[in-house]
Design a protein around this ligand. Structure first.
Ligand code: NDP
Length: 289
């Protein structure tokens, strides 16, 4: 068997085109959706991510602004800016680029963002709403995975879904989203005794670990849908996922590549959350996706 590729770039383009239509409708109604991004310090990767987010906003007609602070900025300075943005009617989404310098209390910073503008979906109120089944803003990466699976018509109800990784930004919310769609969900961690025994049972396998080759073809159920969230750079500078693509391709039914799989969907879902926030603020109907 050779897996069919789930093309995140194509799904992302299609989704952004639909979002552009919603942005135009909002602008006709007098609202331009606005995203504010705060970045602290000189992390080069973070700077690239932030620039890409601003560029993506501009491409679909949204307003964006970047607030940059040096690595020795105080938490109080950043909290004051968040409070100002919380009250700014031009801003519908606020995102603090992670990681923050060590002297910051990350939870405190994330909790200061208004839940109405929490477009990353990391506020405890957003995570609680996800847990209870009625989220307004869902974390972007796992939400993007769900959009990809739906785009390719992968059945979820009643299937065995295995999520490898339990971070608050990917693994845990991913498991909740799959559970909400009636999958039977298993979460594996670094402490899982026999990872392959679990992954081999998976009809849907989502891998978010951050280690190349943690899942190989022999660990995959024939025909399974495999989503590789991992982004790793090899010694040669090549981007690879957590799943060994070549061996997985021989066994899986569906597979996301890296790059070009989940990555492009993360920014797309950030745009989607910001558009939704603007629609809710304007009192317009807002599809959940
Ligand atoms: P974290 O480091 O926060 O979490 C990794 C998880 O993997 C942990 O729960 C850890 O378990 C688990 N783990 C580690 N080793 C193993 C193992 N051998 N077997 C099973 N589980 C294991 O990472 P993130 O969730 O933030 O990110 C995961 C990957 O996804 C990274 O490569 C990251 O770059 C990528 N990513 C990609 C995004 C995108 O846009 N495509 C967005 C966000 C992340 P334990 O809890 O026991 O330590």
């Amino acid at each position: 068997m050779t897996a069919a590729i789930m093309d995140g770039l194509a799904v992302s383009k299609e989704t952004r085109a639909r979002l552009q239509g919603r942005v135009e409708a909002l602008r006709c109604a007098g609202t331009t959706p606005g995203l504010a991004v705060l970045i602290v310090g000189e992390n080069p990767a973070s700077k690239v991510y932030v620039r890409n987010k601003a560029k993506a906003c501009g491409e679909i007609g949204m307003h964006s602004e970047i607030h940059e602070y040096p690595g020795d900025a105080t938490e109080a300075t950043v909290l004051a800016k968040i409070a100002e943005l919380n009250a700014d009617p031009r801003i519908h989404g606020i995102l603090v680029q992670l990681p923050l310098p060590k002297h910051f209390d990350v939870d405190n910073v994330l909790e200061t963002i208004s839940p109405h503008k929490d477009v990353d979906g990391f506020h405890k109120e957003s995570l609680g709403a996800l847990m209870s089944g009625n989220p307004t803003f869902q974390p972007c990466t796992p939400h993007g995975v769900m959009v990809i699976l739906d785009h390719y018509g992968i059945p979820l109800a009643g299937v065995d879904a295995v999520v490898v990784g339990r971070s608050n930004i990917v693994g845990k919310p991913q498991a909740l989203m799959l559970l909400a769609r009636d999958a039977t969900v298993t979460i594996c961690t670094s402490k899982t005794k026999d990872l392959a025994a679990h992954t081999r049972r998976a009809d849907v396998l989502v891998v978010a670990v951050g280690r190349p080759g943690v899942v190989t073809g022999d660990m995959i159920k024939p025909g399974a849908a495999v989503v590789d969230v991992g982004i790793n750079r090899t010694a040669e500078g090549k981007l690879v996922g957590d799943v060994d693509f070549e061996s997985a391709k021989q066994v899986a039914g569906w597979l996301t590549p890296v790059p070009g799989g989940v990555g492009p969907m993360t920014i797309t879902m950030l745009l989607a959350n910001t558009v939704r926030s603007a629609e809710l603020a304007a009192g317009l109907p807002s599809p959940k996706f």
